[in-house]
Design a binder for this molecule. Structure first.
Ligand SMILES: [Zn+2]
Ligand SMILES: [Zn+2]
Length: 1020
């Protein structure tokens, strides 16, 4: 099965190569240089005469070559073979009466070999005219203007011997008006009989984990080694193998949900034992010493290996501790078993169990669940980072942990409130991921009921930035806001596509009685019945019901500075409304006299049903940690400190932080800056880049990366051509053009399956400009009918994203009706998991390596994937990635740039200050004093009564931000200025200031972590 798909990937690669070079095309009506964009060499004169010099050379090279390291002293004797074709313009009689016309015809393949001798090692260059080609060319074109030269350069290197660069150069001197195309086409150079030794990879720090040997570098091309020979290629192809999750000789422990739900201990013990035994071998001092001498490790590499061994030992300790916790704590063991029962149900039979690293992560984090119930245990509480570069299954892994935490909360006295707040850094949270969360929560709810575990229903909240879902639904809505009387309104806010209990369709509705925007199951047979599903999408409903798990975007944290009802996220609500299904109450306001969030409710308020200190979430989860950088990261760092501070003050508790990251560079500093905690990674890195206990790179193709440097053509042109070629290829397969099925060795059924898997191309743009061009061009430039396109970017309206994902997942029966091209931006590189997306065209190398890793990971999730990376050769970065593309793909994680982030920016503090200070007033001072602090007048009275002062605020905020050391001195004085300015304003308020938020200089609390322009007043 996979073989067929690998064959298809190879076939599509060949079609691109042939299409770009013009293989198989012998005649053209247009000039070939305007048509072909691979495998051609421009005449050197053109490059020399170009005013943009080097840049021109990169975009339209006149030479291609191979850089080698000779293994022996000179003289060096070797053979160079060059093959190419040329195009000639000939007059032809077209049709009677229409006169004569011209057409271009291609020559035979011209090939010649010459032997070269380099006698000394003195740096310098020599040119050898390739005389045999003179005859070949003149026979082919009948003009004497084409020529090829072999250029040999001896370049200084770090070693004793120079590097040898052998190139073939198009030295043609084509006079104007000659009927030939001056470029050489389908050029290939082979070099044989030279003994070489490999390069040691340049430009990266040495690491004991990586194979640093590179046999040769291509110049303006790729290079392939075939035994002792080297050959240039027009596409640089790098294949990565699919990870395998068990590679021990001993049998894999049974990690199915079923088994772990019934009798987990023996199987978990086997796993931990296998981990211990494997490490005792692979990480042993002997093994490392052996490798150190074989691979000539430097002392830095030895140290790195020692650190790696320590990280492994720490991992082994945590696994043992996890086992110990399960043995010692029957409640925890029960939670683990119930979680497996829930996961079995929510997986819908799509998978039967866990991968070993997923169970490893759960085991390693069991300790923290126990601690979350005993808050006095002040351990070092590191941020636990799930590193998922090695394979999929990230969402399920932490869903397992969250469900387990939810059971644990219920079984240890937390009967209601939020267990975990899971945050994504992007504005648009993936709907697919939300559905998976909903399925897991629904499954856990059924298990909870079956087990007769008390407390509130397990539920899910969808808590995203504006534009996603409504903040609240008001009785008299303003234009542009959700209108409870609008029959279309509920459907516009549909988030789930299927019932999380039974997979049936969803009916949306607004229930006026309970004032709820409800998702309901459309089936009569659903186990859940026709009640609204336990899924909340409106902010005010999330405050009313405090769902067990809240998923949302990072920027929502800003609400804490101006929304009193955020208190359920850090402390506790004020009570519970006596109105049926009204839920929790918060601070009293003129519109909500008892603090109820249902409009116009004035019913009495009942006391909280549970210890107020247990409402705070047990876990904060940060997805895609590596994206928290620059100003977003700096601002969030202050808000993370705010959350920790408020929870500590209200609940004597420090929540556990779990994060996931695609890259590991700089995670230590990032955890320190964002959370003031240490970071700890799971799984620990293995002793080599391709193998650890948890995973090994297999021979099955996971993803093929193909670097393309288009020659003499714009990026847009090449992109259009590539999409055209790819779409033509699948259409040929669909209709069996020219016996393509037989050639590929597939029958009709198989062809249909391959068209399903390879018929949609994702065009990924790093810039809006590129994407706009790629969206426009299918309409104008791609000569295929029909060609259906869609976009997935941060600007795509929500319902459109939903529909597109739905169509991709469940394609139309008729190929012609399907989506053929998706123009996507970074928005799709997070959480879009569609097994049918297996071909991607990337327009330029993304600005960060992390984005490259993330975006390409969307492709080939289940089947072999194919990623074409179209390099913008005019850009130095793209050109440099092209030169070392193989290492870039194989060792991508080491290319990941350090993450720029700081918490000590005074500028950032000026932006966050109002939110931090106002949160203190709203979330701590107001609830404890019982008065409203929502107007300037009230707040001024509070101050004159001694409720707060500039001294208390300065001390508290400094504590919150952890401003202690000398390095924080500057930030502390900035804080002092801000606090004092605020109190001066309060003493002497501007005449138009009504709300405390009007007093802040330079600005009030941020509305979102991303925009700094808008501020929100606290309403009374
Ligand atoms: Zn249902
Ligand atoms: Zn009420």
């Amino acid at each position: 099965m996979n073989d067929l798909q690998e064959t298809t990937v190879q076939w599509l690669t060949e079609r691109i190569l042939a299409g770009g070079r013009g293989d198989g095309i012998d005649r053209l009506e247009v000039k070939p240089s305007g048509r072909f964009w691979l495998g051609r060499l421009a005449p050197e004169m053109e490059v020399i005469n170009s005013p943009i010099g080097d840049r021109f050379e990169r975009m339209e090279p006149c030479a291609m070559g191979i850089r080698l390291k000779p293994a022996t002293e000179p003289p060096w004797e070797f053979n160079v073979e060059v093959r190419c074709r040329v195009w000639v313009r000939r007059r032809v009689w077209v049709r009677q009466g229409s006169g004569d016309d011209a057409e271009w015809t291609k020559s035979e393949l011209l090939a010649a070999r010459t032997s070269v001798s380099v006698v000394d090692a003195i740096p310098g260059a020599q040119e050898i005219p390739f005389a045999q080609f003179d005859t070949l060319f003149s026979n082919a074109t009948s003009v004497q203007d084409h020529s090829v030269t072999i250029r040999i350069e001896r370049q200084r290197s770090r070693g004793q011997l120079p590097d040898l660069v052998v190139s073939c150069v198009n030295t043609s001197n084509i006079r104007d008006r000659q009927p030939v195309d001056p470029c050489l086409y389908e050029v290939e150079m082979r070099l044989s009989r030279l003994e070489t030794s490999p390069f040691l990879l340049e430009g990266l720090p040495d690491s004991f984990r990586y194979d640093r040997q590179v046999p040769a570098y291509g110049i303006n091309c790729g290079v392939v080694q075939e035994s002792q020979d080297f050959r240039t290629t027009d596409l640089v192809v790098v294949d990565r193998g699919r990870p395998r999750y068990w590679h021990m000789e001993r049998p894999e422990p049974n990690l199915t949900f079923e088994t772990l739900a019934n009798d987990p201990m023996p199987h978990l013990e086997q796993l931990v034992e296998a981990h211990r035994d494997w490490g005792a071998e692979e990480w042993s001092a002997n093994r490392l010493a052996e490798r150190a001498s074989e691979e000539k490790w430097t002392s830095a590499m030895r140290e790195e290996a020692e650190e790696g061994a320590n990280a492994y030992r720490e991992e082994a300790r945590r696994l043992q501790a996890g086992l110990g916790s399960l043995r010692a704590d029957p409640t925890l063991l029960r939670c683990f078993q119930l979680t497996n029962r829930a996961m079995k149900r929510s997986s819908r039979g799509k998978y039967e169990g866990w991968r070993s690293f997923q169970i490893g992560f759960l085991l390693a984090n069991l300790e923290c669940l126990r601690d979350s119930a005993n808050s006095e245990d002040e351990t070092s509480d590191p941020v636990e980072i799930l590193w998922f570069a090695t394979g999929g299954g990230k969402t399920e892994t932490y869903l397992g942990l969250l469900v387990m935490a939810a059971f644990h909360d219920r079984l240890t006295g937390k009967t209601s409130g939020i267990t975990a707040w899971s945050r994504f850094p992007l504005r648009l949270l993936s709907l697919q991921q939300t559905q998976r969360f909903a399925n897991a929560v629904a499954a856990a709810e059924l298990v909870r009921k079956e087990e007769g575990i008390g407390g509130a229903t397990f539920s899910l909240g969808f808590f995203v930035g504006q534009g996603g879902t409504p903040n609240k639904i008001e009785r008299d809505s303003k234009p542009g806001f959700p209108d409870p009387d609008d029959p279309e309104m509920p459907a516009q806010n549909q988030i789930l596509m299927a019932c999380p209990f039974c997979d049936s369709g969803i009916e949306m509705g607004f229930d006026r009685r309970t004032w709820r925007l409800a998702h309901r199951c459309a089936s009569d047979e659903c186990v859940w019945g026709d009640k609204p599903l336990p899924f909340y999408v409106v902010d005010s409903e999330i405050f009313r019901f405090l769902p067990t798990i809240v998923v949302g975007t990072l920027d929502k944290v800003a609400l804490i500075g101006f929304q009193a009802a955020m208190r359920g996220f850090i402390g506790s609500p004020s009570g519970i409304c006596s109105g049926e299904m009204h839920g929790y109450t918060y601070a009293e306001r003129s519109k909500s006299p008892n603090g109820c969030q249902v409009p116009d409710c004035d019913r009495p308020r009942n006391p909280l049903p549970m210890d107020a200190k247990r409402y705070r979430p047990s876990i904060r989860l940060q997805d895609e940690l590596h994206l928290l950088r620059d100003s977003l990261g700096a601002i969030d760092a202050h808000y993370e400190s705010l959350l920790d501070y408020l929870i500590e003050k209200t609940s004597d508790f420090r929540p556990k932080i779990i994060a996931s990251s695609a890259t590991l560079t700089g995670y230590r500093q990032q955890c320190d800056v964002l959370y003031r905690r240490q970071g700890r990674v799971f799984p620990a890195l293995g002793p080599t880049a391709t193998e650890s206990f948890w995973t090994v790179e297999s021979d099955d193709l996971l993803r093929r990366y193909v670097a393309i440097a288009p020659r003499g053509a714009t990026l847009e042109f090449a992109a259009d051509r590539i999409v055209t070629i790819l779409q033509t290829a699948v259409r040929d397969l669909l209709t069996d053009q020219n016996g393509v099925r037989a050639a590929l060795g597939v029958d009709d059924e198989e062809a249909k399956m391959l068209v399903d898997l390879y018929g949609t191309d994702v065009v990924y743009g790093n810039t809006i400009r590129d994407l706009d061009a790629s969206v426009r061009s299918p309409e104008t430039q791609i000569p295929l009918e029909p060609l259906k396109t869609a976009t997935l970017t941060g600007h795509t309206p929500f319902p459109e994203v939903r529909d597109t994902l739905e169509r991709l997942e469940h394609p139309e029966e008729d190929f012609n009706e399907r989506l053929h091209v998706i123009a996507a931006s970074t928005m799709m590189s997070h959480g879009v998991d569609i097994d049918r997306l297996n071909v991607m065209l990337m327009l330029g190398v993304p600005l960060t390596t992390a984005e490259f890793i993330q975006a390409t990971a969307r492709i080939g999730r289940k089947h072999p994937g194919l990623v074409f990376v179209l390099h913008k050769m005019a850009l130095e970065r793209d050109a440099s990635v092209h030169r070392s593309f193989t290492s870039f793909v194989r060792q991508g994680d080491r290319f990941v740039e350090p993450i720029p982030i700081s918490r000590r920016s005074a500028n950032v503090l000026r932006r966050t200050f109002a939110g931090l200070e106002q949160s203190r007033q709203l979330q701590l001072l107001e609830p404890s004093c019982g008065a409203r602090l929502t107007t300037v007048a009230n707040l001024a009275r509070f101050v004159s009564d001694g409720g707060m002062s500039s001294a208390t605020e300065l001390d508290e905020l400094a504590e919150m931000l952890g401003l202690e050391g000398d390095l924080d001195e500057r930030l502390r004085s900035e804080l002092q200025v801000l606090v004092e300015t605020f109190f001066r304003q309060l003493d002497n308020p501007p005449s138009d200031a009504i709300f405390p938020s009007d007093l802040y200089i330079p600005s009030g609390p941020m509305r979102s972590l991303r925009d700094v322009e808008e501020q929100a007043p606290v309403r009374d």
